[in-house]
Design a protein around this ligand. Structure first.
Ligand code: NAP
Length: 439
């Protein structure tokens, strides 16, 4: 006996949302899956978070496209859940809601001066060089010799790399021209990636760290006296291998001289930020030397000050609450029990478990949500889903972008690309909507 259709809506068209849709399709349940995003474009952080020169990483969208083109799936872009349509309205029309809104904001750097102009969180900065419509007008001050990046994660590495690569090195990327020319014409000479802990504790992955040794105009600088001779023994064998590789890479970098290139990326370890200096805008930063005492970070009272016009805290992302759903203010995730928020409501990805891991780390969350839905709707669903959504959108006069609409945007971006770039991204939502509705 076939069960009645289960109507599912996925809020957020990033990797976590697509993995959840894919997991549902693979289960061959009788589902109708609508994927909603506030942007007219799908793919979330793949499009606006993964660095523009990491095009290979972006290839995962090919498999997400297959999911989107599955008969049971539909994309609704340019629809803002929370502003235009509430969660309670979605509850009325869908059997199951999967929240996949990611982590769009920055963790706060809570030190004096951190709200001065010239302090720009990594989420905004990465959005700026990726042409995310919310950040195109960020206008960061690149008229500075020194840029300070706080944090020892892959986002810090991405930002440093994009800031020192030259136009040729970015030729096959999809960085927008405004960001590329601002970087090219900037006075940046020294980028400092500060870690509050040491080289073994740093969260960089090795491929990303090694890339810092392959730059045309910049050299990676590490003080040899900051590197231990060996990693020591860790309980996790995979971690052990990663840390050993990182140490080896850093040891290679420590042989470099500051005169080896026009620009430098420094890796000072064991410094935590204590104060941003300046009155009207950032003029410098004060850092304090640290050490680990039985695993606890302690300060030495020894300070270092560096002049700079730009400070980028890359200290992790934070999810925003979704209106109408419980939020855990300590961990900055939707309150959930193994992905279950409430009957018929599930969370996946960074909003479920916090901002960590690589793209495919989101896949098991999708499988978990699909398992919950399979168990919760053994007798099928009862709510109208897509037809009710479309009439709600029409009633509210919301211009939604279908997957076919996104493909028009995609095609226009690809055909606008110049000299080796994969695409020329639209920067404004209105320009994307023009392509869909008026061309
Ligand atoms: P992350 O890996 O969590 O790194 C955050 C860094 O900020 C850590 O070094 C942390 O130090 C430091 N930090 C946190 N609070 C701080 C504070 N108050 N003061 C000074 N330092 C502070 O975060 P992320 O770099 O944003 O990356 C997020 C996730 O995306 C990660 O899983 C990352 O691997 C992934 N990602 C992957 C790629 C890639 O694969 N190419 C690219 C980008 C991002 P402690 O360790 O001491 O807390």
């Amino acid at each position: 006996m076939s069960i009645s259709k289960i109507s599912v809506v996925v809020v957020g068209a990033g990797p976590a949302g697509f993995y959840a849709a894919d997991a549902l399709i693979k289960k061959k349940l009788n589902c109708e899956i609508d994927i909603i995003d506030f942007l007219p474009t799908p793919y979330g952080l793949i499009r606006a978070g993964v660095a523009p020169d990491h095009q290979t990483t972006k290839k995962v969208i090919k498999s997400f496209e297959k999911t989107a083109l599955n008969d049971s799936c539909h994309f609704f872009g340019n629809v803002h859940i929370g502003n235009e349509i509430s969660i309670s309205e979605l509850k009325e029309i869908y059997d199951a809601i999967i929240i996949a809104t990611g982590a769009e904001s920055d963790s706060l750097l809570d030190i004096p001066g951190s709200s001065l102009p010239g302090v720009i969180g990594s989420a905004s900065f990465v959005g700026w060089y990726n042409a995310h419509p919310n950040y195109i007008n960020l206008n960061p001050n690149l008229e500075t010799n020194n840029v300070i990046i706080i944090g020892n994660g892959n986002v810090a590495i991405d930002i440093a790399r994009v800031l020192v690569k030259n136009r040729n090195e970015m030729a096959e990327s999809d960085i927008p021209e405004y960001a590329l020319s601002n970087i090219e014409n900037s006075s940046i000479k020294d980028v400092f990636i500060f870690g509050r802990r040491g080289p073994i504790e740093a969260k960089f992955t090795n491929v990303e760290l090694r890339e810092m040794g392959e730059l045309k105009d910049a050299v990676a600088i590490v003080r040899p006296d900051q590197l231990p001779l060996e990693v020591g023994s860790l309980s996790d064998a995979r971690e052990q291998r990663l840390k050993e590789k990182n140490l080896k890479t850093l040891q290679e970098f420590s042989k470099n001289k500051i005169t080896d290139a026009r620009k430098r990326v420094h890796f000072p370890f064991w410094y935590k930020p204590v104060k941003i200096l300046g009155t009207q805008k950032v003029e410098g930063i004060q850092m304090e030397k640290t050490f680990l005492n039985n695993g606890i970070l302690e300060s030495t009272g020894e300070y270092l000050e560096i002049e700079c016009g730009l400070v980028i805290p890359a200290i992790g992302y934070r999810s925003r609450p979704v209106k109408g759903l419980p939020f855990n203010d300590t961990d900055f995730v939707i309150s959930n029990d193994n992905g279950r928020v409430d009957m018929g409501i599930y969370a996946v990805g960074w909003i479920k478990r916090g901002p960590s891991g690589v793209i495919s780390t989101n896949r098991p969350d999708g499988v978990l949500a699909a398992n919950h839905i399979e168990n919760d709707f053994r007798d099928g669903g009862s709510k109208p889903g897509r037809t009710a959504l479309v009439s709600m959108l029409e009633k509210k006069n919301i211009k939604f972008v279908s997957f076919e609409g996104w493909k028009l945007i995609d095609k226009a971006e690809i055909s606008g690309a110049i000299s080796g770039a994969p695409r020329k991204k639209f920067e404004k939502i209105d320009d994307m909507l023009d392509v869909v509705f008026y061309k």
